[in-house]
Design a protein around this ligand. Structure first.
Ligand code: IMP
Length: 200
């Protein structure tokens, strides 16, 4: 029988990647919409990815019988002192606008000055308690212009050297092999497999 894990996110891109990752496993990812009839806005008041991931996971774990995953992630551009970081979702109204802001800020920057990393923290909570957090990171370079149609957010700007493609030019299954999110999920699955009794 499949074990249900709830993903506390409103981001359809993240949901797609989580569902894709767990496709052939003993776990099944359900979004909040599939489980709860009421929706709540969880304010991301934390100062770090970890604090926000825990906020998201704990909230729904208090009103659910299933384990809940909270995820907070973002882009960190080294030459911009980590900008946009925890504000990644909030520097503009749309993905296009946010991408434009990053490209404008890097207008005169070349080579290593365009280095950027995606960072994520996943928090796993059960019945109002944080069980554990898992981190994932992947680094690449910001392109000169958006390239590719897949993915979401900053993916069209994120050139991943080993694949010679942006994250928007690859399928979710491939992205999961290399991405910050895929790496953190892998750690979580390993933990769950070793600690099966924890979410019974
Ligand atoms: P969150 O929902 O507060 O965690 O916002 C994360 C934001 O970071 C997203 O809205 C995207 O803008 C960006 N982001 C996080 N992960 C990715 C990714 O895998 N690809 C592209 N953008 C991402």
């Amino acid at each position: 029988m499949h074990k249900i894990l709830i993903l506390s996110t409103k981001n359809p891109g993240k949901l797609r990647e989580f569902k894709s990752y767990f496709k052939d496993t003993d776990y099944i990812i359900k979004s909040m919409d599939e489980v709860f009839k009421d929706h709540y806005d969880i304010e991301e008041t934390g100062a770090s990815f970890e604090e926000n991931a825990i906020l998201k996971a704990l909230f729904y774990s208090k009103i659910s019988d299933y384990p809940v995953i909270g995820e907070d992630s973002g882009l960190s551009v080294e030459s911009l002192n980590g900008f946009p970081g925890v504000y990644s979702a909030r520097i503009g109204k749309t993905d296009e606008e946010r991408n434009r802001i990053i490209l404008d800020k890097l207008k005169n920057k070349k080579g290593e000055e365009r280095k950027a990393c995606f960072i994520t923290v996943i928090a796993l909570a059960f019945k109002g308690k944080t069980i554990k957090t898992f981190k994932g990171k992947v680094c690449g370079y910001i392109t000169e212009k958006p390239t590719g149609e897949n993915g979401f957010g900053y993916d069209p700007l994120f050139y991943y050297k080993p694949l010679k493609k942006t994250f928007a030019q690859i399928e979710p299954e491939i992205k999961n092999l290399y991405s910050h999110r895929g790496r953190a999920i892998k750690k979580m699955v390993k933990y769950l497999n070793l600690n099966k009794n924890i979410i019974l």
